[in-house]
Design a protein around this ligand. Structure first.
Ligand code: GDP
Length: 191
């Protein structure tokens, strides 16, 4: 585990209660094959300052963003497929993207269970959670409609968006949306 996020429950608790100002951890959750790694690469790899964390170069991506005139650093974690890290992942995240592929109904049907797992791990906390239907470019193999995606998100009280990692469609907007959601939850938590 990277040294900054040592795995003991003590450090997990302290990192949760005193977050570094302006630096937030975004966790990518979802079935294998839905496009998490591809999206993470896009999130990290635009023209802004960007580097891989030295100790886990393959699964964390740092990105500086200017949103509504305010600087924020997002660290995107693509560790969900490593099942032994899932607990840490749920504890550490400041925001969660629950990703499915619109061409894979099974990955969509997994979302309510994932959300339950997340809410169980982080009760009593308002955390930004966005359902993301990826692979929107594959229109002919689509198995989940936009309406179904929206409707599930509505039932689960989450935001919904669709992306195409292949076309870089809606990816920048999604990241900015994450930042705005994080700020909103933070503001509400302080009042
Ligand atoms: P992960 O297992 O969730 O990390 O998924 P990957 O990022 O490894 O993607 C699985 C496969 O789907 C790879 O072959 C990707 O190139 C492909 N893929 C990911 N996103 C998209 C997308 O938006 N559109 C299309 N057509 N393919 C995608």
């Amino acid at each position: 585990w990277p040294s900054v996020h040592s795995g003991s429950s003590e450090s997990v608790r302290s990192s949760e209660s005193i977050p570094e100002p302006g630096v937030y951890k975004v966790m990518l959750l979802g079935d294998s094959g839905v496009g998490k790694t591809t999206l993470a690469g896009i999130f990290g790899g635009a023209e802004d300052t960007f580097h891989h964390e030295a100790e886990h170069p393959e699964d964390t991506y740092e990105r500086n963003l200017l949103v509504d005139g305010e600087k924020t650093t997002l660290i995107v974690y693509d560790i969900w497929d490593q099942s032994w890290m899932q607990d840490n992942c749920l504890q550490m995240g400041d925001a969660f993207l629950l990703i499915f592929s619109v061409t894979d109904r099974a990955s969509f049907q997994r979302l309510p269970g994932l959300l339950l797992q997340l809410r169980t791990a982080r009760p009593h906390r308002r955390i930004p959670i966005i359902l993301v239907g990826n692979k929107g470019d594959l229109a002919r193999s689509r198995e989940v409609s936009v309406e179904e995606g929206r409707s599930l998100a509505g039932m689960l009280s989450c935001k919904y968006t669709e992306t195409s990692a292949a076309l870089h469609h809606n990816t920048q907007e999604l990241l900015e949306g994450v930042v705005r959601q994080i700020r909103l939850c933070k503001d509400e938590g302080e009042h």
